[in-house]
Design a protein around this ligand. Sequence first.
Ligand SMILES: [Zn+2]
Length: 303
Amino acid sequence: MNRKSDLIVLQRGWLSSNNVVIGDGEDQAVLVDTGYCTHAEQTLSLVQSALGERRLSAILNTHLHSDHCGGNARLVERYRVPVLIPPGQFDAASRWDESALSYRATGQRCERFTPDRALMPGSTLKLGDGLWHVLAAPGHDPDSVILFESRSGTLISADALWEHGFGIVFPELDGESGFDEVQATLDLITSLPVARVIPGHGAPFTDATNAVAEARRRLQGFRQDPPRHARYAAKALLKFHLIEVRQQSMHDLLAWLTNTEVHGQLWQRHFSAQPIAEWTESVLQELRRSGAIAIEDGVVLDR
Ligand SMILES: [Zn+2]
């Protein structure tokens, strides 16, 4: 747990995004992002201890990927607080349209919750001594927002900027524009006086300039070679699934992939010169060589 003034970062892993508890005066606090659904009980107990005597007053989501809002339902059940989400997915979340919300396409899970208000880009939130600016940050997700507190220079960057890179550029997987938006979001971050970044995954860091430079290089690589981005996406989604299930027989894993729309799309768009089974095998072998997974006696294991 990393405490600085009235902000506590609950650093999680890759299946669950980081969670940030921001104090709002002496007796209340808000929570930014809630992790993956299978970690909801752990999230609840981490949040409980971070809150101490304070009450939770709201849940904010930077975006609605399963690893950022999967704890919403459990936390709302416990605290009965409003959930604020970016406006672009408000309708889809209200109707719980799992296709529009990406869970069906990625084969990920998220427990249903009901959003209460929109977290509008351009608006500000006064929390204690902090003034948090809500900023649109499309790219990784068209509707994502990031949060910037100008007095302390604290940026909650979600998956728009990590210390080393950024999240999959999902719109590009659907053949829509995403790389330009990533660049615009990096430009926006460059224009802010950032002193400290709290990313969606990984430890907080202070050298935003270096992180943005690295992100720009990565983006440039993807622009020049879109299949490289597609392959990164395939590996990241497979790894995410294996972190969730821990291990799976090769037979069941292949069945899961067959039912996972995004996997077929990736293959179709970029790698269909090769049979899908062969391409899938090559992705798995690449993950195995990098040490991210192991394959033993027909069983695929997370590492
Ligand atoms: Zn995300």
